[in-house]
Design a protein. Structure first.
Length: 386
């Protein structure tokens, strides 16, 4: 639980957001984009407001959360909305770096919610039998974080949606400034689930009363049209692909492949082919079983290189597998994992139709970046292939 509430930001950057953005433009790391520049202006003003925020008292925060009353004017949240690859995450990261205090955290939303669920089930929280354990967690987080940045906010299923929304509501109530990126408009969250709409719509409405939606309408997907690394994505998953992946495996790992078990709480997740720094998995071993974000986080934490073989084209009736694949790629992307994959089709054709097909566009965009030469040539594991 300590990691959840005390994970504060690194040493603050001494210059503001606009200065960081201009520096990135001057260095050629970014290209001029009018939509991004408008978003920078909004984020810059939001950051100044967060910087001027006064410190909370412990008692005041407890009373605030338990009474569920917003203590000051609304506007403590920003929701960066846009299509995939338009620069939402990049701008949020620049914003985070520009904040000149340590009481801040930037995290992928899936990872944050895994931490929340783990903390709710921790013995120290359960033994004290709080009337509202989630409110207790929100109070503890708010004590140590003036700003939270959540990348890729999404509601994928009803089981987690209420907890997700309540924790955000409670954090806003406590005066935390929150920035979220998403490619789904708040009105479209779980829109195909009638039961969900009845249950969560009031919560969404309550939250969005204090959150400003900013649409990043950049015309270009900056992840696409890259120079692709050799053998990062193989079509089809034939004998030649398997032999190439075996060669890459040997180049990464000096040891012979063996079975391994990832420990996730009280359960284990098997890896059939494990080496030093590399895991070689079949798609079915990762996404056709009861796996989730916790398993994928453990996978990425242990292996900087992951191979996924025999990825099929997913039809609408394989929605559960598509959803797990979305979460898997989100985690691998966030961790900078070097990915090798073989598939029946190219990324753009993986999931052409079905529930959550819009969310899958983000996965396609990330896969395009992850198979690029610039992704594979970053400093890290030294290999002669790919």
């Amino acid at each position: 639980m300590k990691d959840l509430v005390m994970h504060n930001g690194a040493t603050p950057t001494p210059c503001g957001l606009k200065a960081l953005y201009r520096e990135a433009l001057a260095s050629g790391r970014l290209e001029p984009d009018a939509a991004q520049e408008e978003c920078v202006d909004v984020l810059d003003a939001f950051g100044r407001d967060a910087t001027q925020q006064t410190s909370h008292s412990t008692l005041g925060l407890r009373v605030t959360i338990r009474r569920r009353a917003i203590r000051s004017a609304p506007g403590r949240g920003l929701y960066l909305l846009g299509e995939v690859g338009r620069g939402k995450t990049m701008l949020m990261d620049l914003f985070f770096d520009s904040l000149d205090f340590r009481q801040k955290r930037r995290v992928h939303f899936h990872e944050f919610m895994q931490e929340i669920l783990k903390a709710l089930n921790s013995p120290q929280l359960r033994q004290k039998r709080y009337d509202d354990p989630l409110a207790e967690l929100a109070w503890r987080i708010a004590l140590h974080n003036r700003v939270l940045c959540f990348d890729e906010f999404q509601l994928n299923d009803m089981s987690d949606a209420v907890v997700n929304l309540r924790i955000i509501d409670l954090l806003l109530t406590a005066g935390v400034h929150i920035v979220m990126t998403s490619n789904t408009h708040p009105d479209a969250l779980l829109q195909h689930n009638r039961q969900a709409q009845t249950t969560i719509r009031p919560l969404i409405t309550r939250i969005m009363a204090h959150v400003r939606v900013i649409t990043l309408a950049a015309q270009r997907d900056y992840r696409r049209a890259r120079d692709m690394a050799e053998n990062a994505w193989r079509v089809p998953p034939d004998a030649e692909s398997r032999e190439i992946f075996s060669r890459i495996f040997r180049e990464v790992s000096p040891s012979e492949p063996s079975r391994a078990q990832l420990q996730i709480g009280s359960r284990q997740f098997p890896i059939a082919c494990s080496g030093d720094g590399v895991a070689r998995c079949q798609f079915t071993e990762l996404c056709s079983v009861m796996s989730g974000t916790a398993e994928f986080i453990a996978l990425a934490a242990r292996y900087p290189v992951v191979m996924i073989e025999s990825i099929p084209q997913l039809s609408p009736d394989r929605y559960d597998e598509a959803l797990r694949f979305i979460r898997l790629i989100d985690v691998l992307y966030e961790n900078g994992t070097r990915l090798y994959a073989s598939s029946d089709v190219w990324p753009k054709d993986l999931y052409p139709a079905g529930e959550n097909v819009t969310a899958f566009q983000r996965t396609i965009s990330r896969l395009e970046e992850m198979r690029s030469r610039s992704w594979h040539d970053r400093p890290g594991i030294s290999m002669s292939q790919g």
